[in-house]
Design a protein around this ligand. Structure first.
Ligand SMILES: [Zn+2]
Length: 192
């Protein structure tokens, strides 16, 4: 039997990804959330979700203030269409602010036991219906790309799992007439 290689504990659990560090900040402010999503999606090279052209998109500005458009719109020079970072993603067609989306993604990724729509509702101020809609979309996006795709392939590693129920008292007969007490182990019991 080959030796099972184990990773040093703590190394994986302790290291927080860059995204995980930045998500809480993105949840606090809509501009920060939009810029976070834009960077995640385009990495500085916005592509038009309407025609697919890269490098022809620019941020629209407010005519009076010169600041970035309040709706965080972009425009494509190639096709003339306007869009936001939501277009062409699961965040499209909903008025849910990006701060709430960031919070939903963050909790869906970081909670060990998953997150309920009720928790999301409490933290984001969304209606229960909106929270449920958002979490459905997030879970759908986190699922396999198609039904035929297997959920887990290759080497699968997992931490802190618990398989089975509580240990139960076994009968003497099932243990081969050996009373198990402190210090008992199967190796010494089998020795002649
Ligand atoms: Zn375009």
């Amino acid at each position: 039997m080959s030796k099972i290689e184990r990773k040093k504990p703590g190394k994986v659990a302790g290291a927080r990804s860059e995204i995980e560090k930045r998500l809480p900040l993105a949840c606090a402010d809509e501009r920060a959330a939009v810029e976070f999503m834009e960077e995640q999606r385009w990495n500085g090279e916005p592509a038009c979700p309407k025609c697919g052209v890269v490098g022809e998109c620019y941020k629209m500005t407010d005519a009076t203030t010169g600041e970035r458009n309040a709706r965080f719109l972009w425009r494509c020079r190639a096709c003339g269409k306007q869009f936001t970072v939501k277009v062409g993603t699961i965040m499209e067609d909903s008025p849910i602010p990006l701060t709430a989306w960031c919070y939903g993604f963050w909790k869906a990724c970081s909670s060990k036991k998953g997150v309920s729509a009720l928790q999301i509702q409490r933290q984001t101020g969304l209606s229960y219906k909106s929270a449920l809609f958002m979490m459905h979309r997030i879970r759908w996006a986190m699922g396999p790309a198609n039904e035929a795709e297997s959920k887990l392939t290759g080497v699968v590693e997992f931490d802190e799992t618990y398989v089975g129920g509580r240990p139960r008292r076994r009968s003497m007969k099932a243990d081969g007439g050996v009373r198990k007490g402190p210090g008992w182990d199967s190796a010494s019991a089998r020795r002649p």
